[in-house]
Design a binder for this molecule. Structure first.
Ligand SMILES: [Zn+2]
Ligand SMILES: [Zn+2]
Length: 831
């Protein structure tokens, strides 16, 4: 027996839309729940089954929350600027403004066909000028706070995409998008000073409920380390090297210093001529590698001796100075003191180049020095006046001593770098900045000097220009139409070629000036989109404060693990900036963050066109229906795990829905008014289980429980009243909203099932009945067991045989047979 999903699903989708069933109501007296999924890029690939996993499961949460009486906001929009859209336009040869519209229309049709309960009235699109006006406005606030600046920096350049990539977009030395090896080059770029928020981005994680590994990834990415800066004098020169170390307690164990290739450039002049060219060559080669490449080559550490020696400030020992590319310029000061006895990386380097080792931390139990470095905690030795101290105390005392002697100071270092914010691409938000030569020339020398130090200027064709902001009333700076939107070979933005657009009058002095032609990265629009949902049509500000006070923070945000160090960190940063400007409530945008596992192809491999293992969700919806698709997405496995798509599983889910369809006919034909007690208990257990599991990411077990219930229903010959059957439909409704609605109306109900309250389970009814089972050996009572009613023989046998009073009768004997009377007695017959 089967039902016609193609007939019923579109029917109910239209009905829900007409009734505006899923509208989030501003300022409702009901308690609010803001549930958010990451809005998609409308690329040519359409929505895939990976989107489905996140959207369908969180849709079940949204629907359950509505039934529980919450005022739910579950919005959707389109993250439509950026490379996926631009690359699609380049591939098809159709302008991105056209392909983006088409792709959005298609994705929207898909999302609607899945029966997702989005509040479509709040739909947003990051490429809409009414939207990006506010993205530009927020950029100006960052600029005015000194958090945006332009500077010449080495950048990661993808020669295939012809774009600069943020460090986060470079994976294993390759472009995250296309896999092409990344090159390094110098370019003037806008940067956002996310590093000013490093501590808060770590510390404020205490106030939110994120999955632990998401927190850990963010903390590691920011990479805060506490330690000290220590100065080492270079022998025979009036120069010194400052190192950063997290282990000042091992200072007496330092046996050499290592400079990063970048840092080494500062010391080339000091190097004797016989060594200089060798060092310079090494440095040059190293600078052509990206930091990641250098880290990956760690196993095969290389280095070169400079011929210079430095002096240990405490012991006066002579330490050779090396250059090695495993030391990164971005870490600390770009120079380290190597303590090979207590740092494995230094240990390996020392072994390779035959440098001395000196043990200064003793731990008889754990240390395996001199076979390997000992990085753990122990007692200081060979450390003069500090001998006998333990790690923490030694760090404190040695740092204090360094400060007293003016040889160093306590310091904190971070791995996090400022966020490279400009792209030389067409399909992005124009950066609302104008460069004016006249304004620059009118500055005093002192002002010019300040501007150069603060990066508040830009060199164009070799000439310095003042940075002038577009006035807020002039926003948005519209993205002009260009015929040729492809990235240029030179790396300049295609916008630079549109003279009419580039040349403007300076808003300050009215002389001829030029626009910034770089655009924003695709992370810009997504850094604040969850705020715009709250007030998508506001043309006075990015969102009304009262609406934000009502809806924020986002109660539950689900998205991909790949966004943990990019989007999630960026959007938290923007939120904190807005919070400092008193423009948003609280300090964190998302109260809770979860993440779903990747969906693999049926062959267990990552889905890709070349492998021909891509599952098209639209085909599943056409063949088996949206409810089957939704239910399978939720049922396929534990939500957080990576899982392969299984076509048989899809069939199984459809069969379950067909059984539900059949069950209603059976239940109705019975016309029962009183249920079997057991079924009623199971039903109330089901209510509780589905509610709890849905809210704790256990969507698969919630569905398994529904399947179990329908099996029991069939076994007990549908002994359920229609009233209780309706309760079952309510439980099913968040997961299979169309079928539940159809069956609900089939019973004569007039209102939507999705407006019904979530059924309440009866705790008394749920409690399992317990029975006392008598345990006998050869007919004599040897013990008793209190067990739930209906427990099976195998379990009882195992529990009874484990009783000490029973076991003692088994020695040297054999159990010939067991007699079992359910819920009553078990008798072991032994011989
Ligand atoms: Zn690329
Ligand atoms: Zn000017």
């Amino acid at each position: 027996m089967t039902y016609d999903h193609q007939k019923i699903e579109p029917k109910w989708q239209k009905y829900w839309e007409k009734e505006s069933l899923y509208r989030g109501i501003d300022f409702s007296k009901k308690e609010k729940r803001y549930i958010l999924i990451e809005f998609p890029y409308p690329s040519g690939e359409r929505l895939h089954v990976g989107h489905g996993r996140s959207y369908c499961c969180l849709d079940a949460v949204a629907r359950l929350r509505r039934m529980q009486g919450y005022n739910v906001l579950f919005p959707i929009g389109w993250d439509a600027f950026g490379l996926p859209a631009e690359n699609y336009a380049i591939k098809t040869g159709i302008h991105p403004s056209i392909t983006t519209k088409e792709n959005i229309a298609n994705a929207k049709k898909q999302a609607k066909s899945w029966g997702l309960s989005f509040d479509w009235e709040r739909e947003i699109n990051t490429t809409d000028p009414d939207y990006y006006k506010w993205t530009q406005w927020i950029f100006l606030q960052l600029y005015k706070k000194g958090l945006a600046y332009k500077k010449e920096i080495p950048v990661n350049w993808c020669p295939k995409d012809k774009t600069n990539l943020a460090d986060e977009e470079v994976v294993a030395g390759k472009c995250e998008r296309c896999g092409t090896p990344v090159e390094r080059r110098m370019q003037s770029q806008w940067l956002l000073k996310i590093t000013a928020y490093s501590d808060r981005l770590i510390d404020d994680l205490k106030s939110v409920d994120y999955r632990e590994d998401i927190k850990a990834q963010q903390i590691n990415w920011i990479g805060r380390s506490v330690g000290a800066k220590i100065k080492f004098k270079i022998l025979d020169h009036k120069s010194e090297i400052t190192v950063f170390t997290t282990r000042p307690d091992t200072l007496y164990g330092a046996t050499f210093l290592v400079l990063s290739p970048e840092k080494a450039q500062d010391y080339l002049d000091l190097i004797a001529s016989d060594k200089r060219s060798g060092v310079a060559d090494y440095v040059k080669k190293a600078l052509n590698k990206s930091e990641l490449q250098r880290q990956e080559e760690l196993k095969d550490k290389t280095g070169v001796f400079t011929g210079l020696f430095a002096q240990n400030p405490f012991t006066g020992e002579k330490l050779p100075v090396w250059v090695a590319d495993f030391v990164l310029s971005g870490y600390g000061t770009g120079a380290i003191m190597a303590v090979p006895a207590h740092d494995q990386r230094d240990f390996e380097f020392a072994k390779k180049y035959d440098l001395p080792l000196k043990e200064v931390v003793k731990n008889e139990k754990e240390s395996r020095f001199p076979n390997e470095a000992f990085e753990g905690e122990g007692t200081l030795i060979n450390s003069g006046q500090f001998d006998g101290l333990q790690k923490e105390e030694a760090i404190d005392k040695i740092t204090q001593f360094l400060e007293q002697k003016k040889m160093g100071e306590g310091a904190v270092d971070y791995k996090l770098r400022d966020w490279i914010f400009s792209r030389q691409h067409y399909w992005g938000e124009p950066i609302p900045i104008i460069f004016c030569r006249n304004c620059w020339e009118e500055k005093s020398e002192k002002q010019k000097k300040e501007a150069r130090e603060g990066y508040d200027f830009s060199k164009i064709d070799g000439k310095e220009h003042a940075v002038v902001t577009v006035s807020e009333e002039e926003l948005p700076v519209g993205l002009p139409f260009v015929e040729n939107y492809k990235p240029t070979e030179t790396g300049a933005s295609p916008l630079a070629e549109i003279k009419k657009w580039v040349e403007v009058h300076c808003p300050i002095c009215d002389s001829q000036a030029r626009r910034e032609t770089d655009t924003m990265p695709n992370w810009a629009g997504s850094s604040w989109y969850f705020l715009r949902y709250l007030d998508p049509k506001n043309d006075k500000r990015f969102a009304d404060r009262k609406k934000m006070d009502y809806w924020l923070p986002v109660d539950w945000y689900n998205g991909g693990m790949e966004h943990t160090t990019l989007h999630l960190l960026y959007s938290r940063f923007w939120y904190k900036v807005l919070a400092d400007l008193k423009l948003v409530p609280g300090i964190e945008p998302y109260a809770k963050r979860t993440s779903h596992g990747v969906v693999l192809g049926p062959d267990g491999q990552k889905m890709s066109k070349s492998r021909e293992n891509v599952v098209n969700p639209d085909e599943v919806v056409v063949e088996f229906g949206a409810d089957t698709f939704r239910l399978y997405e939720a049922f396929m496995g534990p939500f957080e795990q990576t899982i392969a798509w299984d076509p048989k599983g899809v069939l199984g889910v459809r069969r379950f829905l067909d059984r539900v369809w059949k069950a209603q006919q059976e239940v109705v034909s019975r016309k029962l008014t009183v249920d079997s007690g057991e079924l009623k208990r199971k039903l109330h257990q089901l209510i509780k289980k589905v509610e709890e599991d849905t809210l704790s990411l256990k969507f698969n077990t919630a569905i398994a429980e529904m399947m179990k219930f329908t099996n029991q229903l069939a076994i007990s010959n549908y002994q359920l009243s229609i009233e209780d059957w309706e309760v079952f439909l309510q439980v099913l409704a968040p997961y299979a909203p169309h079928l539940a609605e159809e069956l609900w109306h089939g019973l004569g109900e007039r209102d939507s099932i999705h407006r019904q309250p979530w059924p309440k389970h009866d705790p008394k009814l749920i409690a399992e009945e317990t029975v006392t089972i008598v345990v006998q050996v050869n007919g004599k009572m040897r013990g008793k067991l209190e067990l739930p009613a209906g427990i099976r023989e195998a379990s009882v046998t195992e529990l009874a045989a484990d009783l000490d009073s029973v076991k003692s009768h088994f020695y040297g004997k054999k159990v010939a047979k067991t007699i079992f009377i359910p819920d009553n007695l078990i008798n072991f017959v032994i011989s």
